[in-house]
Each structure stands twice: as structure tokens, then as C-alpha cells.
Design a protein around this ligand. Sequence first.
Ligand code: MSP
Length: 474
Amino acid sequence: MADKFYLTTPIFYPNAKLHLGHAYVVTLSDIIARYHRLVSDKTYFLTGSDENTQKIIKPAELEGKTPQEFLDEKVESFRSLFTALNISYDQFIRTTDQKVHWPGAQMLWSKLVEAGDIYKKEYEGLYCVGHEAFITDKELVDGKCPDHGTVPERIKEENYFFRLSKYTDAITQKIESGELAIVPETREREILSLLREGLQDVSFSRPRNTNSVGIPVPGDDTQVIYVWCDALANYITALGYGQDETLFKEFWPADVHIVGKDILRFHAAIWPGMLLSAGIPLPKKILVHGMVLSGGKKMSKTLGNVIDPEELLTEYGTDAVRYYLARHISPFEDGDITREHFKDAYNANLANGLGNLASRIMQLAQTHLTEPVKLTFTPYPKGYTDALEKFEVNRASDMVWERIKALDTSITQSQPFKVVKEDLERGRELIAELVRELAAIDLLLEPFMPETSKKIIEAIMANKKPENLFPRKD
Ligand code: MSP
């Protein structure tokens, strides 16, 4: 029976260009969303941008733009990258959207207040402007922030705090009972050991100053909501929480939040704590993926190993990029991409693999069959659906490529091109069988490579060789 399926990506910071790591997150999410639509689940796929950050003020000034112009342009570039990757999101939420996002975030804040979990406290600490956050003495290297190389300021301010410490046991119980599943298990163990140390209360607001961006604290104009009750709230405000709750009622709780390991703690500790406090059901799962590296190292400008997704898309096309991200990067561990490996994988598995197979078979069909082969629906193999239910997109795509290889081998062995000359009917039947298996494989390609899948099925239905799907690259 079909279910509802609500999945979310993290919301992206607009202060920098998106790189291949970000492209990975949205592509992985898109494959999962498309799979759920394929099995007829009522699917809702949310992505967006995390915009209430002071980090954009300087870059905007440098480009001679107002913060709003700067943000609008960045968001446009995110959307156009997502279009180029064929990401089928249902909604793109912007946290600067005062109609969609702010009322819900403020409502959530008020619920935390009602639960008695927000209190005011004077806070003194080392503030790093680059991080827009307090950092601890322990994190400093030679008295400086190791990421920004700047000396932090000692500041004293009044903030509202959220009583996260109160929820340590409740969150632990939810995770241990599997009500809130953290996938893979290694990440679940990581979070459980963090919980065993006990959670600390967290700063939930900042004093408003001239440069302040963000959502005013309800009932206290001198403070703005800090990160957590702003960014994390997007997952429910997008569904109309606190306003028109039609979508919220239909889709919450989230079936899966897809996040990188660097933001696991926020999603598996702070977010559940907030939801428990507000009396809102917890998400069912958090899928924690690894980082995409290049040549074993974090992509960085100084190392010169940054791979721009747009560049790959222009050179190889959408489905080639989706293919690589799906099959050659594990959703649970750090993955790797280099231009060389990308090209090798492309030539071996797309140009010589899938592309060549489709063209070989359809060439035979076009030459020897008088009409398109009649197709019957073949159910999805259990191994394939099991893998995709568990988010193992690499394993599911491996299964598809095993069938591609097997079909290639069977052409070589059965030699239909010879058989048609000796026994036309038997030859035709052989070719029709090959076409049927190509169609069955093609069906499984849909979540990974929707455009290619469509082109192949159209070629089959027209009994025509498809255009050259993946030209060889030298
Ligand atoms: N805005 C926060 C998330 C708030 S969610 C309520 C944020 N934004 S981000 O733009 O910095 O990162 C978004 C996502 O991209 C994170 O999940 C992060 O793990 C992921 N990635 C950033 N670099 C990555 C790689 N190199 N590889 C894979 N994912 C990477 O964090």
C-alpha cells in the first residue's frame, strides 16, 4: 500500500557557491524521492536556503549589492544548479521568507516558552565573528580561531537559553527504541555516546544590533532568534506549521531528514529536544551521509582539487553526474571524486556500458523487427527495493549494472545477428527478449537517470535506435 513520504535536505548557506559535496546531498535526496514516487508513495521533497546570517553582509558590500539582491542572486544560482541536476523538489524554502517561514518559527519559539524551556541568562564568552558563534578556549590555537585566524572578542551579553539538558533521557529513549532512527548505526552509536555525557542547555537568541539579521524573538524586540529555532524550524514551517497546517497534517513527521555528518548533532539532539518540548512528533529517521572528498582530501581552493558541479554537468551531462554520485559514492561513508576517475567510470559504465548496450539492442530491433516489442510490467526486484528503502543507492545501482553486464554477455553468447540469418523467427524472438530485458533494466534506472530512462523507453516504443546517449570521452 502506498504511504506518504516526506524527505528533507539541509538548507544551504548562501554565502558561497555550491560545490560537488552539496550537489551530492541533493542528488542522493532526489534519487530517494524519485524512488518513493515510483512505488506510488505520496512524496513531498523539501530543500532550501539558510539565509539569516551576517556572513553575507560583507560579500554583498564587496559586490556592490544590497543583502537582499545578493541573497536573491545566490538563491537563483542554487535553483539553477538544482534544475541542471534534475532535482525534483516540491518546495524550496528560504528562511528570509517572512510569510512562509517567520510566523512558524516564532510559533515554535512560543511553544518552547509555554513549556517553560526558555530562560534568560547572562553569558560571557569568546565570540568569533567569522563563525558568528561563541567558541571555547580549548578550540583556540595560539589564541586565535583556527578556522579564521582571528582573535575572538570577549563579550558579555544576555541571551535566551533553551533547556536542552532536560531532554537528554527522552531523546536517548527515542533513539534506543528506534522511534527516531539514526542511519547508519555507527552514527547512532556516536550520538548515543554524546547523549551519555548529558546535553547542555543552548543559547537560542542574540541581542539585536545594527547588523542583525533574522527573526525577532516574540515579545522581545531586543533579541533575534539564533540559528536553531530558525534554521531547524524550516522542516515544519515549510509545511505551514503555525499557519495553514494542511501540508503539516498530511506530511509531518518527516520520514527522513538527510544530513551530512557535520550537522548530525544539531539534528539528532537539539532538534528532537525542541520538538519534544513543543509536543510535536519527532522525525522517523535521520540519514547521515559522509563527505565527498577529492583525491582523498577535503576540496579546497589552495589544494586546487575543488570540482565544480557545473563544469562536470556541461562536459558530461546531467545523468552522467547523477550516475557517478549515485553509484561511486557510498551514502554512509566519505566518498571520493577526481576528474580522472569520473572519466574512467563514465567511459566504462556509460559509454561502453549502458549507452552501447541500448544502441546495440535497438539497432538489432530496428533492423529486424517489424513493430515495437509489446511490453509487460515487470515488478521491481526485491533486492533493488530493499536497497532503496534503506537508502543504499550505490547498492541498488550496482544491481542495475550487474544486469547490464549480464545482458551484454547474453548478446555475445546468443548471437542474434547470426541467428536472424539462419532462422528469422527464432532470431526475432531472441531480439524481442533482449528488448524486454532492456526495458526491465530501464525501469530500474528511473530514479537515478530519469532523462536517460525516458530516452531508452521512447526508443523501445518507437522501435528505433536511440541517439548516442553517452559519447566516449578521450
Ligand atoms: N545551513 C546549514 C544546515 C542547516 S540544516 C537545518 C549548513 N549549510 S551548508 O551549506 O554549509 O551545508 C549543507 C550541507 O552540505 C550539510 O549537510 C553538509 O554536510 C553538506 N556538505 C558540505 N560539504 C560537503 C562535502 N564535501 N560532501 C558532502 N556533503 C557536504 O550546514
